[in-house]
Design a binder for this molecule. Structure first.
Ligand SMILES: C[S@@+](CC[C@H](N)C(=O)[O-])C[C@H]1O[C@@H](n2cnc3c(N)ncnc32)[C@H](O)[C@@H]1O
Length: 335
């Protein structure tokens, strides 16, 4: 999934830096990815550590992490269920088609008419299977994560869901095909949570804490609201041009709150090694982060030049730079 702040291209560098600080063998370590997003960092560490604890404030992210991180045993017949979902007759009474497709008269154009109906058809069947006990919770999250990933591929947006495109783009015209979202199997058990980081931090402990909070004022819940709508599938009255639900507002996206929240997180963390990803265009300056972290132990910094997140080429949005510096702030906590 093309996600703001995704560490897809940086996760092997993060693993390298963590190993350089903590040691090559992480097999007895508990690793927490407390702002997990797509789960890609936790997925990288899942193969290396004893346990991954993944968390995110957004429900769609929780669904992805319940699948990619918490699912660790093979699920029998999972592809048979995918095939069944791909071959259902389409319904046109569902929430996505009715509110986010042009053919229903909603005025919105997040998906083609066929794809909107297909999302509703698949989501409704998954809901029915869950209610009747036909599928296990593990299979439920596998199927739902698969739907989120497959729907995202055919969305008619410039990468995020803050707005839809006026005309339908080529990739959005392709018919949605549900593909299974593959997860790594292993013998260890892993956790996924859907809580505010600053609440969860008081309840957990471990060895390595990875922090990747939002860098700027762009709230993930508004930028990815359609994914929450598909994941939650509760009816609500969509607001305004883009059909927003009521949404979470993270303190990490607020200039006036972010430093205080960040310091509280560090203060309450019961983890020896803390790694924070942040870029040079974020709400907190690198020197401010250092001033906070250094109060709690030994601090160091690693930097990497990185190609920034780009909007879809079908829009004319201009970005200030094509490269950005990605920082990894490192704290060995002693206080
Ligand atoms: C930069 S993204 C993380 C990207 C992730 N590392 C990846 O590679 O996909 C920041 C994430 O923090 C989440 N978030 C924002 N505020 C939060 C909070 N207070 N507690 C937990 N998660 C939060 C957002 O929903 C978003 O998924």
């Amino acid at each position: 999934m093309n996600y703001i702040g995704s560490k897809l291209k940086l996760s092997s560098w993060i693993l390298e830096v963590v190993k350089a600080h903590v040691g090559d063998d992480l097999s007895d370590k508990v690793f927490c990815d407390i702002f997990a997003g797509t789960g890609i960092v936790g997925r990288t560490f899942k193969k290396e550590v004893r346990q991954v604890i993944a968390n995110d404030l957004e429900y769609y992210s929780y669904v992805l992490n319940k699948n990619y991180i918490a699912n660790h045993k093979n699920i029998q017949d999972k592809h048979r269920y995918i095939d069944k979902l791909n071959s259902l007759p389409l319904i046109d009474s569902g929430f996505v088609y009715q509110n986010y497709c042009r053919g229903s008269g909603s005025g919105r154009l997040y998906f083609s008419n066929t794809n909107g109906k297909k999302i509703d058809t698949i989501r409704t069947k998954i809901k029915q299977w869950k209610k009747s006990g036909e599928i296990s919770p593990n299979l439920y999250y596998f199927l739902l994560a698969s739907l989120l990933e497959s729907a995202d591929k055919v969305a008619n947006t410039a990468s995020v869901y803050g707005a839809y495109l006026k005309h339908i783009k080529k990739s959005a015209l392709k018919e949605l095909v549900l593909y299974g979202a593959p997860f790594e199997t292993n013998d260890n058990t892993h956790e996924a949570h859907n809580t505010d980081s600053n609440e969860l931090i008081k309840q957990i402990s471990g060895d390595i804490l990875y922090l990747d909070p939002p860098y700027n004022h762009r709230q993930y819940s508004s930028n990815y609201h359609i994914l929450n709508t598909i994941a939650l599938y509760d009816e609500f009255i969509p607001k305004g041009k883009t059909g927003l639900p009521e949404y979470n507002r993270s303190d990490y996206c607020k200039k006036g709150e972010v430093k205080n929240s960040f310091e509280n997180l560090i203060k309450h963390a019961k983890f020896k090694h803390i790694f924070l990803s942040y870029n040079n265009e974020g709400l907190m300056r690198a020197s401010e982060i250092k001033d906070i972290m250094i109060k709690y132990g030994k601090y160091s910094l690693q930097t990497k030049e990185y190609q920034r997140f780009k909007a879809d080429k079908t829009t004319s949005r201009n970005h200030k730079a094509t490269h950005t510096n990605e920082y990894l702030h490192i704290l060995t906590k002693t206080r």
